[in-house]
Unconditional design. Structure first.
Lengths: 459, 398
């Protein structure tokens, strides 16, 4: 039995504010200046990528009550950079991570509808949630949202935004000077939404954008996050990039779509992936190790353990063994503003397991952290990496990858120059943009407008 | 008549097809393109051709309406707008030298978000960003957010007080990174010197903001903040908090009074040594003869079925006549003007190709943009502000 080879979707994640990004390399440039974004976006467009992806965090990270200073710190405003990039690119999708907790639907819907107009239909929204009082300290309402309500608010927020996007019929603007009719109907933009999170009504003031609605991404991995994606997202930014984990995640999430009346191809699974290329596989492995050492200094390794141990470990030698002392259990107080600390649900067990693993291999703290965190997804010659990407996609471990380079702004250059042509030779990557909008290029259907209660609920 | 005078500062407001509600029906108005970047790019390019200081981009959190504060039922006027900050970001990389001053509404937005958005506009424009901070007491806009009781927004003085706090938070957040905070010190492994990142710790009746910003200090240090004063309270807000104040006088006596109010508020706030521009606002219809301009306005009014009686003074006449009026009123202390073209398709180029040369001939407007990567502050003669936290640290070190 054969099926047509799936096309590989590729996207470019602008290097983020974490230790994946290597700032100590002499080639590392500004992550704030617009020139860096222009270079990065144009490289992705040269490689015929589907879209560029920007992450966001709304408070600078802290450790021990002070701003964390070992990683890249600071980034520009997501919407504003994407709007400016629309001026210097023609086809590339522009995906922004925008928080549903510390924003309001009317404003965010205006911004995405505007971005969609200004980019000719290239806007995408990675909907994220947070609830913490730490981030809330920068906003009018503070940390107002109980943790268990964050997905409920996110879904309500997204549904409200959809009602706003849909509130202008496609043909609402006549703009006919002869008859003097600008609007077909004076009620263009009328909306009314009432639920336990939002009680708003009136008129939306941006006409429907070229895509109807922006492409919707979801990035959470929890049960609730997966269900949210199955119901409402066009694509998932996942973390499962290996064959077995990827296939399990892919099957799980795609399997949920039928309950919402959606075919499996309506949701794309796009894991984050890092890469290191070399002239040979051995050369790439050597370079990958150098990159890992640059990503994980001794200080970085200690700070990382502190996120599990929940206590000050600055007295430990990063070239010595893992701490014998146990993690401090209870409220996490050491690291603030990081999603990943929530992953360590049982710090005592995690610490025990890590100690045993490190001791078994006689690894120091730094060696252990280098090996056990953030190993690159793809390491090899261009031919090896192209083959791995293609096989993973054909094996339904994913529909493509969101590549996360470790250098700003040139980290994508080598991939575009050396791997993209091989994927094209394999017939799994486009040789020209086929569609006018991001939705077209991703092969996603154009959403039918919904009204009031028309949202998908599980059946 | 004086032989030397300080050159005027000149800005133009870009709003839909122009200030007149029937402007979209005029020849060349491109009403089908009001939501396309190409239309706006042509307008901004024309403004730059006229060597203007900046354009303002109008915005609001509800559709335009002929009935202030509530939706209307008209289908014969332009409805709908793009977000002005994003529109400015889309235009700035493609237009040189010109400043971009988008409008944003204080009352329903987060100062943290707007601070980083305008800082980022400053990065993508290489120092040509500004912000027009406006307040909203409209019940219709409040209902779009559902967070504030419209009755609490009825007092303009309270809205202006909140705007003062909001502008203060923007400025503190812009300063929350000292210019040299990013050190990239490979020896110590530190990317930033966190002693040069600052909590802004603002607390007021409407919001408290911790900081620091997530975005480093913008190229201009602080992009110029403008307010459009509609009354005494607005003028005083401008004097206390803004770099540029727009006022809409109906006479030179009103202009002089407005300038006086701004200067007094400036002095009360201890800002008397800072440059605060007071720009007069006029709606303009420009033609080869004064009667042609008046006839055009009359025709537009007839098309729309209304006469524009509220709002700024309306000038109908020739570019040379307008140049004389602007110079005459400038003797009241106005340092320039924000002009609102009645019909962008007609009156914008009449400004850039008629009024500007007329002012240049009178020695009252620049003959070229200054060379190099000049900022909007440079064009406005505003120095780059000292960073309050750098100053504080220097004082503590003494």
């Amino acid at each position: 039995m054969s099926r047509p080879r799936k096309q590989v979707h590729l996207a470019a994640h602008f290097p983020g504010v974490n230790n994946t990004t290597v700032w100590s390399d002499p080639r590392a440039g500004s992550h704030i200046e617009f020139d860096s974004f222009v270079h990065f976006a144009r490289t992705a467009e040269r490689g015929l990528f589907d879209f560029l992806f920007l992450a966001e965090g709304l408070r600078l990270r802290e450790q021990h009550g002070r701003i964390y200073d070992l990683d890249v710190v600071g980034r520009p405003d997501t919407f504003t950079v994407l709007a400016a990039l629309a001026a210097v690119t023609e086809h590339l999708g522009l995906t922004g991570t925008i928080n549903s907790t510390f924003n309001e639907p009317y404003e965010v819907a205006r911004q995405f509808a505007t971005l969609d107009h200004l980019s000719g239909g290239r806007a995408a929204w990675n909907v994220v949630t947070s609830w913490d009082a730490f981030t809330g300290e920068n906003f009018r309402r503070g940390g107002f949202l109980p943790q268990q309500d964050r997905y409920s608010r996110a879904r309500a927020f997204l549904h409200t935004a959809h009602e706003l996007f849909d509130s202008w019929p496609e043909d609402a603007v006549l703009a006919d000077p002869g008859t003097g009719r600008f609007l077909r109907d004076a009620r263009a933009g009328a909306f009314e939404h009432r639920d336990r999170h939002f009680d708003i009504h009136g008129r939306f003031n941006v006409p429907r954008g070229p895509q109807g609605r922006p492409v919707i991404f979801q990035a959470g991995d929890s049960e609730e996050g997966r269900e949210f994606a199955a119901a409402d997202a066009d694509a998932i930014f996942s973390r499962h990039s290996t064959l077995d984990e990827g296939r399990a995640f892919y099957a799980d999430v795609k399997g949920r779509l039928a309950r919402y009346g959606r075919p499996p191809e309506d949701l794309l699974i796009l894991p984050a992936a890092t890469f290191v290329l070399g002239d040979s596989d051995a050369d790439a492995r050597e370079r990958a190790h150098e990159v890992r050492r640059a990503q994980v200094s001794g200080q970085t390794a200690l700070r990382f353990l502190e996120q599990v141990w929940n206590r000050d470990l600055s007295g430990y030698d990063p070239d010595g063994p893992l701490p014998e002392i146990d993690p401090r259990v209870g409220e996490h107080t050491v690291a603030q503003g990081r999603a990943q600390v929530r992953m360590f649900r049982d710090p005592l067990a995690t610490a025990r397991e890590w100690r045993e693993r490190a001791a078994g291999k006689q690894q120091s703290i730094r060696e252990f952290v280098i090996e056990s965190t953030g190993r690159q997804t793809f390491v090899g010659s261009p031919a090896t990496v192209a083959e791995q990407i293609d096989s993973l996609v054909q094996a339904d471990a994913s529909d493509g990858f969101i590549l996360v380079p470790h250098l700003t702004p040139t980290g994508l250059d080598e991939f575009v120059d050396r791997v993209v042509p091989l994927l094209q030779e394999r017939g799994v990557h486009r040789t020209a943009y086929e569609g006018a909008t991001l939705r077209d290029n991703l092969g996603l259907p154009r959403p039918a407008p919904v009204t009031g209660a028309g949202h998908r609920e599980a059946s | 008549m004086p032989t030397t005078r300080s050159p005027l500062h000149l800005a133009v407001d870009l709003d839909g097809a122009g200030h007149h509600p029937a402007a979209w029906r005029e020849p060349g108005a491109r009403p089908n393109e009001l939501f396309d970047s190409a239309y706006w790019l042509d307008l901004a390019t024309e403004a730059g051709r006229g060597l203007l200081d900046f354009v303002t981009l109008a915005d609001g959190l509800a559709p335009q309406s002929a009935r202030p504060g509530e939706p209307d039922a008209r289908t014969d006027q332009v409805r709908g707008r793009l977000d002005a900050v994003l529109l400015a970001a889309r235009l700035a990389p493609r237009v040189r030298s010109l400043g971009f001053v988008p409008a944003a509404t204080v009352t329903h937005t987060e100062p943290f978000h707007l601070s980083k958005a305008v800082a980022t506009l400053d990065y993508v424009s290489r120092g040509r960003a500004g912000l027009l901070a406006q307040v909203s007491g409209d019940a219709a806009e409040a209902a779009h957010f559902g967070r504030r009781d419209p009755a609490s927004l009825a007092d303009p003085a309270l809205l202006d007080a909140e705007a003062g706090d909001w502008i203060e938070v923007l400025r503190r957040l812009w300063d929350s990174w000292e210019d040299d905070a990013e050190i990239r010190d490979t020896v110590s492994g530190r990317f930033v010197d966190r002693d040069k990142l600052h909590y802004v710790d603002f607390s007021g009746p409407h919001f408290s903001v911790k900081g620091p910003s997530i975005t480093p200090r913008p190229p201009q240090g602080g992009p110029p903040v403008a307010v459009a004063a509609r009354d005494e309270s607005g003028l005083r807000l401008g004097g206390r908090s803004a770099d540029v104040v727009f006022t809409a006088p109906r006479s030179d006596a009103q202009a002089a009074a407005a300038v006086g109010t701004v200067r007094a508020a400036q002095a009360e706030a201890g800002r008397e040594h800072e440059t605060v521009h007071v720009l007069g606002e006029l709606v303009v219809y420009l033609d080869a003869t004064a009667s042609a301009a008046a006839e055009r306005l009359a025709r537009l009014d007839a098309l729309d079925g209304s006469r524009q009686e509220e709002g700024p003074e309306v000038f109908t006449g020739t570019p040379a006549g307008l140049a004389d009026l602007l110079l005459d009123w400038a003797q009241t202390g106005l340092t320039g003007y924000r002009l609102r073209p009645g019909v962008l398709a007609h009156d914008l180029s009449a400004i850039t190709r008629g009024l500007v040369p007329a002012l240049q001939r009178r020695g009252a407007f620049r003959a070229a943009y200054p060379g190099g990567d000049r900022t909007l502050r440079d064009l406005l003669g505003l120095p780059r502000p000292a960073n309050r936290y750098t100053v504080r640290r220097a004082l503590q070190a003494i």
